[in-house]
Design a protein around this ligand. Sequence first.
Ligand code: ADP
Ligand code: MG
Length: 400
Amino acid sequence: MNKRTLKELPDASIRGRRVLVRVDFNVPIDDGRVADDTRIAAALPTLRYLLDRDARIVLVSHLGRPGGKPDPAQSLRVVSVRLGELLGRPVRFAEDVVGPSARTAVDALRPGEIVMLENVRFETGEESDDPALGEALAAFGDVYVNDAFGTAHRAHASTSAAPRAMRAAGRPAVAGFLVEKELRFLGSALASPVRPFVAILGGAKISGKIDVVESLLPRVDALLIGGAMANTFFRAMGLETGRSLVEPDRVEMARELIGRAGKRLILPGDCVTATEARAGETKHTQARNRVPADQRILDIGPESVKLFASHVESAGTVIWNGPMGLFEIADFAAGTRGVAEAVARATKNGATTVVGGGDTAAAVEQAGLADAVTHVSTGGGASLEFLEGKVLPGIAVLDD
Ligand code: ADP
Ligand code: MG
């Protein structure tokens, strides 16, 4: 997707102008405080660039799922405070989305100032992509910037109707730096990967990722499958999976995939098992054909880490989505950490490595390796849909 970016806009169309920026500040709130500000930090390059050019910034985001009506527990006010701390300058806050408070605040904005609108999902029209809400939001800006990659797979009023209204009025609608970066890394990995191209898939369920498998299979040189996803393949191979997480209704599909993928599909050869998915359980490492009927597979084993690492370390491009085990429990985190270390080594050797998925990103973060890979995608669902080869409506709508 070749989309116009913020950097391509002449300074004259930014300086002193009102810039409506859709950000993804859907951050975890704990006890009335922002518990993790990664997503806020990810938008800072775009905001600083605009502030350096004396833009008047109007920020739009959602938070949680208030379902089209105001809910004080899901107010963005605390987020505006955290943003102000990160930017080192005040951020005004509007008590509504397109109501009197927002209009007054936007009218009062001076060059170099920021106002954050209240949670856009307090409006019924947001999730239904209501053109009237889109028009009302568009009226707040001379330029529209989408820097909310995490919601780019949703056609909502703030990601779809608003930029459509802007473009209809002859105003620019462009991609911010974060969206540009996501498109560059995810896009080039898919469109023109340096080979060998290796994909690693894991996580809990194969059902949620089957479209990713289908999209990646014809493109990759090797597809490594770990996590609970692998269990369904083990079952398809006729192996005992004990009390592991298996999706019985996907076994047939897994069997078909094994046949179709041939040597490109790489499954773990050993695994770590325990009776219960709990910390402190006695764990056993065994070959995949020796899983006892009373045990659960909770991680890939050390031989599998070596096998996966050998593929990863010789790759030119790596895409990784889905942990290799129940990494939230330290006893079952070694497989995921081992693969993360291999991905970091591949990066050092010059490979382009992209990590997507909320839990996978958290695991890489937890291993202290987020800076050791080329790119950690901020969009869980959006990066998955991108990998599935789907068109993201929030991106498609922007200027070409
Ligand atoms: P992402 O958010 O990166 O897309 P998923 O949501 O698909 O990843 O999967 C992550 C979840 O899968 C984690 O909660 C992890 O504990 C779980 N998981 C991975 N392997 C296993 C396993 N063998 N048994 C049980 N749960 C697993
Ligand atoms: Mg997840």
